[in-house]
Design a protein around this ligand. Structure first.
Ligand SMILES: Cc1cc2nc3c(=O)[nH]c(=O)nc-3n(C[C@H](O)[C@H](O)[C@H](O)COP(=O)(O)OP(=O)(O)OC[C@H]3O[C@@H](n4cnc5c(N)ncnc54)[C@H](O)[C@@H]3O)c2cc1C
Length: 379
């Protein structure tokens, strides 16, 4: 393969690599994206498509807010679906309502809008309030169709002067100025390695030093119950136990004890009971969290059933009709949510090492080209 050098070569056509390619072009750089598969099939197409902004805290909130504008610009340029639909957090106990009220008090009504039990139940399409005690609407959150966004962005990039995407081209090694691939060398002044959890295949010591693990998640797409109308992403109590904006609230510890008391099996599978609607009306539901160095391929049906039952319960329906099931995998590290590592002059690795890569992708890219994305600690 003979290709002219680019200003920037990006390894990986997931959302992190593609967001960087999008921002590189916007900054007047030429860019080549090198992807081993024939289309994006990694974490970026297997997720909820939820840009989960309002539930972030601290630096991740800053990056997520920056990301929002990038998502909207990319959607407008590449013509993919992006909805400013927010997120609805459902409360079904006094402790859950207390966490939402505390977040509202901390952030204000522009960022967190409290919902009554009746409003929340209506958005879910429940025929009665049942056990719903309230809710909160997080207006900043976005939704995209994860099956469409990365492929559409890659196709748009490939059509732009100054950009190209090399599909079916696996990277076997990286050195300053050159990316070695199964189709020959690709040259660039700067190189970004955006391969998510597969960083260990290319740079095992770097991945090990950051203690990167593979987090695997059971997911499904279901038929929407007839009455379910909510356009926003829907989060529940177990989501409040995962995202920092909620866990930072005084009542979060009480909420954890409460969930441990009534649903220990959900904590055992690391559940984040949540769902989002696709443009065709079907609903993405999930998810569980299990951590390994290498991902076993088998989907435990008990885990899937626990999640489906929990979501049917939130929606107030007896069961959900499953259309598809799959396993998602993303990079995780107990050392922190980001790996940004300078590997050699002009060679940097960027992996999101927590489950918020969709949310952060364009914010990370904006920081990269503003020169404000700092390398994370090496040990
Ligand atoms: C089930 C699930 C639900 C999630 N929900 C959300 C959510 O709601 N909101 C959110 O913000 N985040 C969510 N996430 C996390 C998010 O999807 C990831 O953090 C994000 O997609 C990571 O993007 P990426 O580009 O780093 O990785 P990927 O999308 O995995 O892309 C990496 C790419 O690199 C390529 N690659 C790897 N090695 C090589 C090589 N040697 N040569 C060439 N190419 C290579 C791969 O083929 C792949 O295409 C979820 C993840 C999962 C799995």
């Amino acid at each position: 393969m003979s290709t002219a050098p680019s200003d920037l070569v990006i390894v990986g056509a997931g959302i992190v690599g593609l967001a960087h390619a999008f921002e590189a072009l916007a900054n007047g750089l030429s860019v080549t994206v090198v992807e081993r598969d024939r289309q994006p099939v990694g974490a970026s197409v297997r997720n909820f498509g939820h840009c989960c902004i309002g539930a972030q805290q601290g630096e991740l909130l800053d990056i997520a807010e920056l990301s929002r504008g990038g998502w909207l610009r990319a959607a407008a340029a590449a013509g993919f679906w992006a909805r400013e639909a927010g997120a609805l957090v459902v409360a079904r106990s006094e402790a859950e309502s207390a966490v939402l009220e505390e977040l509202h008090a901390a952030r204000g009504s522009d960022v967190v809008r409290l919902r009554s039990a009746a409003q929340t139940a209506e958005a879910l399409g429940r025929d009665s309030v049942g056990g719903v005690t309230g809710g909160a609407f997080l207006p900043a959150d976005l939704r995209v169709n994860p099956r469409e966004a990365a492929p559409a962005l890659a196709a748009w990039l490939a059509s732009q002067p100054g950009a190209r995407v090399l599909w079916g081209t696996a990277v076997t090694g990286v050195e300053p100025g050159t990316v070695h691939t199964t189709r020959g060398p690709v040259h660039g002044s700067q190189i970004l390695v955006c391969v998510g959890h597969d960083l260990d295949y290319l740079f095992p010591e770097v991945a090990e030093a950051h203690e990167i693990q593979r987090c695997r998640l059971n997911m499904a797409r279901v038929k929407a119950p007839a009455a379910f109308r909510a356009d926003s992403a829907v989060l529940t109590a177990t989501s409040m136990l995962r995202y920092d904006a909620f866990t930072a609230q005084p009542s979060a510890a009480r909420l954890r004890e409460e969930v441990l008391g009534h649903s220990p099996e959900l904590l055992e599978i690391g559940a984040n009971v949540m769902f989002t609607r696709l443009p065709d009306g079907t609903v993405l539901v999930g998810d569980s969290h299990h951590y390994d160095a290498t991902t076993p391929p088998f989907l435990d049906e008990r885990v899937s059933q626990l999640l489906l039952d929990a979501i049917a319960d939130v929606l107030g329906v007896p069961h959900l009709e499953v259309l598809e099931r799959w396993q998602g995998v993303y990079a995780n590290s107990r050392r922190g949510p980001l790996l940004v590592r300078d590997l050699a002059p002009g060679v940097r690795a960027i992996s999101v090492t927590s489950g918020v890569g969709m949310t952060l992708s364009f914010g990370l890219a904006a920081r990269t080209f503003a020169g404000t994305l700092s390398a994370t600690a090496a040990d």
